[in-house]
Design a protein around this ligand. Structure first.
Ligand code: BES
Ligand code: MN
Ligand code: ZN
Length: 489
């Protein structure tokens, strides 16, 4: 488990700056404006900052960018991190500055001279999120990171904001850990166990085992997992921090702990990436964790379908017909289109049991969304302009890429089956849209619903603004923001 670092806030003390070891981060505003701590650093270094401001290089520095001065004369620090950041930066620039600082400091102790910066919270979030490193399976002990301190004018005023930041970081780190974890470690059982541990934070957590799923009629989900040695499970996490009468928002996640494709087996090159095919469930878990950590004043239920898609003598075959919990039958043309089969039953169960005010599902559902949107933006599909608009707005605020895609009857027609109510694939064309259309068949009339295809953004092979290579935790901040803005204000 990767635990986010605790950041200590202390009152600005100009006299203490010279003696601090490790890295010291100092800010230069527009036109090289210096606050009192920067002026102090400039004096200690006998005008190094001023010379930097007057250099050609300074004009080219982007918001949030760091220029590193090693072994600064007049200071005990090993490095001075000079950060270009306006006095009143946007949230995204402040987070980017934090991320640059985290990258430069690596594991050295860090002092951030934040002064009276309004964006100290965003700055600290950037530092924490970009500082994530998944080292659980490195046998050599990673160096223990040094302490992070921020000098601010009013440390007390930071307490509340810092707690919110810590709650978000807890959720994002949980999602990243789950998504990075290999499939021999994160089996369906281990996944359910980790979610059950969250009871300690005040969440109500239930695990539905195969016998129960069978009794509920979740044959679409069970068919996917029937070739695996790991039993299929559905885990339900409830956070009821809102008014009693408020209908909950339901978050539903695809939790395929490994996707070989099943009998429609995937090519071996790159198959190891399918260890992240539970990324949707990972985001749902992360959001629930954040909501509990910050005692959110909202009612939210998170449901995840945990299965493993394996080829086996007992595995589901192409051509099999399964009856979903809803009652509709599905002809399984391709066993690799398994996520939608899992979600179909969990979506239906969520509506049946909780009568939610809205449903948002997240899934690493299609390779086609990567062809369409790459690794920059998640694909968003919805039957409700208001909920979808709110989600896109939240994603915009958090700087997480999201792009709305179409739905429509012409796409839905592609799912017609000769022998069953529908088939599970619609052909190569518009693969992400027909996948979404399939899901929509399991959404009740009048229920606002958003489907987010995160196949391109859940885990990436190069670093992003706030994450190193690997799992990003995309969506935890967007959904947390949506819940704040839509249900709590
Ligand atoms: N888990 C995959 C989608 C995926 C691909 C996620 C790449 C992350 C990265 C999904 O289960 C799948 O295999 N989808 C198929 C659907 C097809 C058989 C209709 C795909 O995208 O090829
Ligand atoms: Mn698949
Ligand atoms: Zn899959």
């Amino acid at each position: 488990m990767t635990v986010p670092p605790h950041i200590r806030f202390e009152k600005v003390d100009l006299g203490a700056i010279a003696d601090r070891k490790g890295c010291v981060a100092v800010f230069l505003g527009e036109d090289g404006k210096m606050d009192q701590t920067a002026r102090r650093v400039n004096r200690l270094t006998r005008g190094a900052l001023k010379r930097m401001v007057e250099s050609d290089g300074f004009a080219e520095m982007k918001q949030g960018q760091v220029s590193e001065l090693a072994w600064p004369a007049g200071m005990a620090a090993d490095a001075l991190l000079v950060v270009r950041l306006d006095r009143r930066p946007g949230a995204e620039d402040a987070r980017a500055a934090g991320a640059s600082i985290a990258k430069s400091r690596r594991t050295a102790p860090l002092l951030v001279l934040a002064g009276n910066r309004k964006h100290a919270a965003d700055l600290s979030l950037g530092i924490i999120l970009r500082g994530y490193d998944f080292t659980d399976h490195k046998s050599k002990d990673a160096p223990e990171p040094g302490e992070i301190t921020m000098m601010v004018s009013d440390p007390k005023a930071m307490t509340a904001a810092a707690a919110q930041v810590a709650a978000v970081a807890d959720g994002v780190f949980l999602t990243r850990d789950l998504t990075n974890e290999p499939a021999n470690v994160l089996t369906t059982g281990e996944f359910a166990r980790r979610l059950s541990e969250m009871k300690a934070s005040g969440l109500k957590v239930e695990v539905l085992e195969e016998a129960k799923l069978k009794a509920l009629g979740m044959n679409a989900l069970l068919g996917v997992g029937q070739g695996s040695e790991s039993p299929s499970k559905v885990v339900i996490m409830q956070w009821n921090g809102g008014p009693k009468k408020q209908k909950p928002l339901a978050l539903v996640g695809k939790g395929v702990v490994f996707d070989t494709g099943g009998i429609s087996i995937k090519p071996s090159a790159g198959m190891e990436e399918m260890t992240m095919d539970m990324g949707g469930a990972g985001v749902v878990a992360g959001v629930m964790r954040t909501l509990a950590a910050r005692r959110a004043r909202a009612n939210v239920v998170g449901l995840v379908g945990l299965v493993e898609n394996m080829p086996d003598g007992r595995a589901q075959r192409p051509g099999d017909v399964v009856k979903s919990m809803k009652g509709d039958t599905v002809e399984v043309i391709n066993t690799d289109a398994e996520g939608r089969l899992v979600l179909a039953d969990v979506l239906w169960y969520a509506q049946d049991r909780f009568d939610p005010a809205g449903v948002i599902d997240l899934a690493t559902l299609t390779g086609a969304i990567i062809i369409g949107l790459g690794h920059e933006k998640a694909g968003v599909f919805s039957n409700d302009d208001a909920l979808c608009g709110a989600l896109l707005k939240a994603a915009g605020k958090e700087g997480e890429g999201a792009w709305r895609m179409p739905l429509g009857a012409a796409y839905d027609k592609l799912l017609k089956s000769r022998i069953a109510d529908m088939k599970n694939v619609g052909g190569r064309a518009a693969g992400s849209v027909t996948a979404a259309q399939f899901l929509q068949r399991f959404i009740r009339e009048g229920v606002p619903w958003v489907h987010i295809d995160i196949a391109g953004v859940a885990s990436v092979s190069s670093e992003t603004a706030l994450a190193p290579k690997g799992a990003t935790g995309w969506g935890v901040r967007t959904l947390d923001r949506l819940i704040r803005d839509m249900l709590e204000s």
